[in-house]
Design a protein around this ligand. Structure first.
Ligand SMILES: *Cc1c(COP(=O)(O)O)cnc(C)c1O
Length: 408
């Protein structure tokens, strides 16, 4: 979890022209988390303005209270929470936010507290047992929005979410029918998998939703297309987000739902990937392996365990003019599995004492940190410069091309 920079006495460093090289020049011993609030704000505005529905921020992607506040202030009013701790967290940071408890398998005590104490009215489920649990825990409430989670394919996603949750086609009719009886508003939700590389995934999933609605012949009030919206990483450049939105809007229009049905999405990664990066130090070099001071038990879980590649940049002045080589990383703990295969392309003369910025760690990076073996994050610094990659910078820059500033 980030410590608030001001609490660390860093306010003096929050100048707009601070560079990552300035931070490296102070030779921090522990990994530095660099946060870029403007990047999260820009992503939130993009979803608020271009997605024709309600965007719920999936808190698990990055539960930083600062980030939750930034997203709330940028127009994100709904939050997808999955545990009672996330419910309490968002309720404390953004008390007026609408919380949706979208984990299909919840503790009954968690449902009870969410409903009675925090005003949560939206719950997801994928079994009759969970429906009964929700009704028990809420005292047979009549003001619930119940979202039935369907199992859909993850074939277009880099990280599957297809195995664990979601009602199978032969279970959905009975479940939709039962949920309809109990719910004030009935929703259908799904998750196409994280970092979904093609809008086709949502079209296919919404085809599955259509079949389920037709079969059960129920009135549906909410269609929730879940998360899965991509960010940009080395070797993974997705279609523009507008293409995803267009595909979803068109498929939603065709669904046999009530005239006033609402469209929801639950972006996690896409709202926060650009928010944070990490500045690490090289402690040792062995051939093409760099031993750095953060790793699999820190912010680089996905780099270690699912072979994710993140953009890297050697922060050295003057800049190295050596040609790039593929490196792998070892993290600081004593485990062999604290290893990130990459490849990470860095100048051939990268050496101990050098600092490397690892980008796009705002989603499922900082959120995954443990204190294993005594290695934790150092300070957090707010920056105003551009993230190492962006799906939104281009979009924002576009209008300038038509202004007289760039007239030839
Ligand atoms: C993880 C998760 C999300 C967010 O997924 P992203 O791929 O980060 O957009 C949304 N909804 C549910 C139910 C999730 O489990």
């Amino acid at each position: 979890m980030h410590k608030h920079p001001r609490a660390l006495g860093l306010a003096a460093h929050l100048s707009d022209d601070l560079t990552v090289a300035d931070i490296a020049a102070r030779r921090p011993v522990e990994p530095v988390t660099i946060v870029r609030p403007h990047a999260a704000r820009r992503a939130a505005r993009f979803f608020v303005e271009k997605f024709k529905g309600t965007s719920l921020y999936a808190v698990k992607a990055n539960p930083s209270p600062d980030l939750i506040k930034i997203l709330w202030d940028s127009g994100i009013t709904h939050f997808d929470v999955a545990s009672i701790a996330e419910v309490r967290l968002v309720a404390s940071v953004a008390p007026a936010a609408t919380l949706c408890f979208m984990h299909p398998v919840k503790a009954e005590e968690a449902i009870r507290e969410a409903y009675a104490v925090h005003g949560v009215r939206t719950f997801s489920l994928d079994t009759i047992e969970e429906l009964e649990k929700i009704m028990r825990a809420t005292g047979d409430a009549t003001d619930l929005t119940l979202c039935v989670r369907l199992r859909v394919s993850s074939e277009h996603a880099k990280l599957s979410l297809a195995a664990k949750f979601g009602a199978a086609p032969d279970e959905t009719k009975e479940l939709l029918f039962a949920a309809r009886q109990a719910a004030d508003a009935l929703g259908i939700c799904f998750h196409v998998g994280s970092q979904t590389m093609s809008p086709q995934a949502y079209i296919q999933a919404l085809g599955r939703v259509r079949a389920a609605i037709v079969e059960a012949a129920v009135t549906v009030d909410v269609i929730d297309v879940g998360g899965g919206f991509p960010s940009v990483y080395p070797g993974m450049t997705p279609a523009p987000l507008e293409a995803y939105f267009d595909a979803i809007h068109a498929a939603f229009e065709e669904l046999p739902v009530s005239y006033s049905a609402e469209l929801w999405a639950e972006p996690g990664r896409a709202l926060c990937a650009e928010y944070a990066s990490l500045l690490v130090r090289v402690e040792r070099r062995r051939g093409d392996q760099l031993y750095i001071n953060d790793g699999a038990y820190g912010a680089l879980f996905d780099a270690a365990h699912v072979g994710w590649r993140f953009p890297v940049n050697l922060v050295r002045e003057p800049e190295s003019d050596a040609k790039d080589l593929p490196f792998s990383f070892y993290g600081p703990t004593c485990d062999d599995i604290d290893h990130m295969a990459g490849p990470f392309l860095l100048p051939a003369d990268t050496q101990p004492g050098d600092y490397i910025e690892i980008g796009m760690l705002g989603a499922y990076g900082c959120a995954m940190r443990t204190g294993f073996n005594g290695f934790t994050a150092g300070e957090t610094i707010i920056m105003a410069d551009e993230p190492m990659a962006s799906l939104y910078a281009e979009v924002e820059a576009e209008p300038k091309r038509f202004s007289n500033v760039f007239t030839l």
